[in-house]
Design a protein around this ligand. Structure first.
Ligand SMILES: NC(=O)c1ccc[n+]([C@@H]2O[C@H](COP(=O)([O-])OP(=O)(O)OC[C@H]3O[C@@H](n4cnc5c(N)ncnc54)[C@H](OP(=O)(O)O)[C@@H]3O)[C@@H](O)[C@H]2O)c1
Length: 252
């Protein structure tokens, strides 16, 4: 069986902006029925309008992925809306950088809650559904920071996510569920705006808005590519970097 995206049902978290939004648009363009989530209802409504205006199908729901009951309910809601779940893309995340000394432990907890635990929760809910179907695709959005020890709340959460993902892949591969971890380098999105530390925010803004850095549609195109391959082929890990390094030596 080929990996056509046409008619497949995709649940995408973090779809109200950036990479998740780009993925939702790209999958809808390929004919997927999209179930998209994030916290900002107006951004989700705009996404739905855009998809529908292009002839696609989308259902959106706003909520906070750090609220466990909401995160747990998403897969079930998507299945109730569309009858099945073929693709789960976990793109919700925060990019909080910071030091150990004087750092707010709440930033670390929050980073783990959204970057690791929210993903764990949706994956756990998706597994039985995909197993029953005999196939499914899980795409988790990590970062170059998932491959390199950069420390801080962000780096720590992404390293943890990569390790989680490796276990997930070997656990569910035998059920026909493909798992792909995406590790983008610098990508122009809104992520820097949400950094609570003003210095880190400014440094991140400069890195992520430079000419030549990746765009959400670039990451989305790579995900489409991975999904379209024959089902025996699992691009297990995808490191995507701008052609010209933003921070040479750092690997962004
Ligand atoms: N931009 C980069 O350079 C880059 C590089 C590597 C990896 N990534 C990863 O890509 C993913 C997406 O980030 P982005 O760059 O696209 O940033 P973004 O534009 O800020 O998007 C983050 C998304 O996550 C959602 N989100 C954040 N906290 C949430 C919460 N508590 N509950 C529900 N949704 C929440 C946001 O929606 P609301 O604000 O509406 O809740 C938004 O849709 C993240 O995992 C990030 O680590 C980004």
């Amino acid at each position: 069986v080929g990996g056509s995206i046409q008619g497949r049902v995709a649940l995408i978290t973090g779809a109200s902006s950036g990479i998740g939004e780009g993925v939702a648009l790209a999958l809808a363009e390929q004919g997927a029925r999209v179930f998209a989530t994030g916290r900002r209802p107006e951004r989700l409504a705009a996404l739905k309008r855009r998809i529908e205006a292009a002839g696609g199908e989308a259902h959106v729901i706003a909520g906070d992925m750090t609220e466990e009951a909401f995160a747990v309910s998403l897969v079930d809601r998507a299945v109730r809306r569309f009858g099945r779940l073929d693709i789960l893309v976990n793109a919700a995340g925060v990019g909080i950088h910071g030091k150990v000394e004087g750092g707010d432990v709440g930033w670390w907890r929050h980073s783990m809650d959204i970057n690791l635990f929210a993903t764990l929760i949706t994956c756990a809910a998706a597994i039985p559904v995909m197993r029953r179907q005999g196939e499914g695709d899980i795409v988790n959005v990590s970062s170059t920071a998932g491959r390199r020890q950069i420390g801080g709340p962000y780096g720590t959460s992404k390293i943890a996510l990569n390790s989680f993902h490796e276990g997930l892949r070997s656990e569910v591969g035998p059920d026909g569920i493909r798992c792909c971890i995406i590790e983008p380098g610098a990508t122009t999105t809104e992520i820097w705006r949400k950094n609570p530390d003003p210095q880190e925010r400014e440094a991140q803004r400069r890195r992520l808005t430079e000419d030549g850095v990746l765009l959400p549609e670039d990451i989305a195109a790579c995900i489409v590519l991975a999904l379209e391959l024959p089902r025996r082929t699992n691009i297990a890990e995808m490191l995507i970097r701008p052609t010209i390094d933003v921070a040479p030596g750092v690997g962004l």
